[in-house]
Design a protein around this ligand. Structure first.
Ligand code: IP8
Length: 257
């Protein structure tokens, strides 16, 4: 039986991050096509990009309930915006003949961070989940990042061969911010003791940017699962990463071995 690959489609890859609720349809279509070319069982986790972070930031949803701010409609709006982005992802995957089932985290997960609770839903075909606004027992609600879903799916479901983080605009983890990077600045193997000046667009992002991907990636790698972070704009790299072939990008290791 083919092994399972858990793959993140970064929000900055599948949306135009600074334009509210705008999909990058070309990229979503190319990722969907790649996914139709593999015999691996896939779990796809997609990020939020401009469908989640902008409004979540404005209404401080990651901090939970804050008195004095009317957050209720923002919670509903962001959930609906994410459903809209998710419906595009699912539609494109189905258009390539894939048997896809999507599970909205606000319907099954509680709490944020790596220790969120809720049984991880799994479809016999392609499973899709995504970063979402979820209920939280202590702060009422919060933002569950797709990177935390990556961690939990990768280490808890059976037969996972590898985890792939596909991101936009960069070939992997760079030693310096992308705007200053040259070809030699790609870190081919990253371990948590290595410094890098990742750009975390804190003005836009309510989760952890590339730093959270690297940290969660290392936690996955610590269980013996291969982890690679690649440029999702290049379809051949995405397919090679899924298939476990050598690919330009950053292999993430736990540093424990
Ligand atoms: O883009 C964030 O998920 P991420 C989810 O995977 C929301 O970190 C709604 C901002």
């Amino acid at each position: 039986m083919a092994g399972t690959v858990v793959i993140k489609w970064g929000g900055g890859l599948i949306t135009h991050k600074d334009q509210l609720c705008t999909v990058n349809l070309e990229i979503i279509r190319s990722l969907a096509e790649v996914c139709s070319k593999t015999s691996k069982k896939l779990v796809i986790v997609h990020g939020a990009g401009s469908f989640g972070h902008l409004k979540a930031k404005k209404y401080r949803l990651a901090e939970g309930r804050i008195s004095g701010i009317d957050q209720d409609s923002a919670v509903i709006d962001v959930r609906n915006d994410m459903l809209e982005l998710n419906s595009v992802v699912v539609k494109e995957l189905r258009s390539f003949g894939l048997d896809v089932q999507s599970y909205s985290p606000h319907q099954w997960a509680n709490g944020t961070g790596a220790d969120f609770t809720g049984e991880l839903p799994l479809h016999h075909g392609v499973t899709v989940v995504y970063g979402d606004v979820v209920d939280d027992d202590t702060k009422e609600f919060g933002i569950l990042s797709g990177d935390d879903l990556m961690l939990r799916y990768s280490i808890e479901i059976p037969n996972v061969e590898r985890a792939v983080f596909a991101i936009g605009g960069v070939d992997g983890i760079l030693r310096v911010p992308p705007s200053k990077a040259g070809p030699d600045d790609l870190i081919e193997v990253w371990t948590p003791n290595m410094e890098f000046e990742g750009e975390h667009a804190a003005d836009i992002d309510v989760t952890g940017g590339i730093g959270l991907k690297a940290t969660r990636g290392a936690m996955i790698a610590a269980t013996g699962i291969e982890v690679v972070l690649i440029n999702g704009e290049i379809p051949e790299r995405v397919l090679d990463a899924i298939e476990g072939k050598s690919v330009i990008g950053t292999r993430i290791e736990s540093g424990n071995c």
